[in-house]
Design a protein around this ligand. Structure first.
Ligand code: NAI
Length: 328
């Protein structure tokens, strides 16, 4: 049987990586530029599966619309699934994801953000292009000998720990499910906040972790602490972060994700007015670097994402076990 797949939120790079690999399967893929929402879900009428990304909406309303139109598989082409109401989809639509494609890609991007915020290379780049060779205000700190606090020691967190060790940093970590025999210390969150010179978030977004970095957490941090978030925007209370940055209570932030990113990230607003005042305020700080959820974006990761997503769809089509199903 030819599987008909409605592919939402398509960007040119999705087609580049998915089309050649999909040619090896009996698939008919329709690439929509729209995100999946309650308004666009009816476009999936007549398809067997939908393929979605991080900022598509897969809530109860969308699941019901898709189910009524015969969709029985939602294939996420990403790891995180905080945008999916998988309790509601239980018994109706199977949900698969790509649990691991290149944890190194995300960890390396976290390192890029850390080095940029610390040594202010984003500002140096702009200055020297304008023939301004003054280095006032670009001072950073040695990472060697400093303490990195890692929240979440899963696949990405552990690679980031190795990278930090390469810089000569001491590691402390917090994770409610610690690794047995870890060669670093697990500490309570309060200790991590108080002792870390840099704090990097590598845990999933869920009911326990939403706003794990809130006003109280920020107040416990060192004044020069740098926060790196490559996980999910909702881990940080943005208003509280802005207050801390304004009050100069922390050293800076490198953010690949943002609480309200779904409208802006991956889109070109360069000739529009950004109406999100918190995003605009974040972008105005010299010690904040925002990237647009590109931690995953390496050639190796894109190839792995396309391969695993297509294999997930294939397993569903063949009635095989869905090894990458998100089960409630
Ligand atoms: P993973 O599942 O291997 O590790 C997550 C770790 O977080 C686990 O060790 C888990 O025990 C821990 N954890 C769970 N609850 C916690 C809590 N309350 N406090 C602290 N730690 C907690 O996941 P992986 O592959 O390392 O990914 C981490 C996150 O990175 C994902 O959840 C996803 O949101 C994000 N991500 C971001 C990408 C990007 O492009 N920026 C791409 C891929 C993933």
């Amino acid at each position: 049987m030819i599987m008909k797949i409605a592919f939402y939120d398509t960007k040119p790079y999705d087609r580049i990586w998915f089309e050649p690999l999909a040619a090896g399967y009996d698939y008919s893929i329709k690439f929509f530029e729209y995100k999946l929402t309650a308004d666009t879900a009816p476009l999936a009428d007549g398809y067997d599966a939908v393929c979605v990304f991080v900022n598509d909406t897969i809530d109860a309303e969308v699941i019901d619309i898709l189910y009524d139109r015969g969709i029985r598989l939602i294939a996420l082409r990403c790891a995180g699934y905080n945008n999916v109401d998988f309790k509601h989809s239980y018994g109706k639509i199977h949900i698969t994801h790509v649990p691991s494609y290149s944890p190194a890609a995300v960890a390396e991007h976290a390192a890029a953000l850390l080095l940029t915020v610390n040594r202010k290379t984003h500002r140096a780049y702009v200055r020297t292009r304008d023939n301004n060779f003054n280095i006032n205000g670009l001072i950073g700190m040695d990472l060697n000998g400093k303490t990195a606090g890692i929240i979440g020691t899963g696949k990405i967190g552990r690679i980031f720990i190795d990278i930090c060790r390469g810089f000569g940093m001491d590691i402390i970590a917090y994770d409610p499910f610690p690794i047995d025999g870890a060669d670093f210390s697990y500490v309570p969150l309060q200790t991590l906040y108080a002792k870390s010179d840099i704090i990097s978030l590598h845990c999933p977004l869920n009911g326990d972790t939403k706003h794990i970095i809130n006003s109280a957490a920020l107040q416990q941090m060192k004044p020069q602490a740098i926060i790196i978030n490559t996980s999910r925007g909702g881990l940080i209370d943005t208003a509280a972060l802005i207050e801390s940055l304004k009050a100069k209570r922390i050293g800076g932030a490198g953010l690949d994700v943002y609480e309200e990113e779904s409208e802006y990230f991956f889109e070109d607003y360069s000739t529009d007015i950004v109406e999100d005042d918190e995003l605009a305020r974040l972008l105005s700080f010299p010690n904040v670097v925002v990237t647009s959820h590109q931690g995953f974006f390496t050639r190796e990761a894109m190839q792995a994402i396309a391969m695993v997503t297509l294999e997930n769809i294939h397993a569903f089509a063949e009635g095989e076990e869905l090894v990458n199903e998100i089960s409630y």
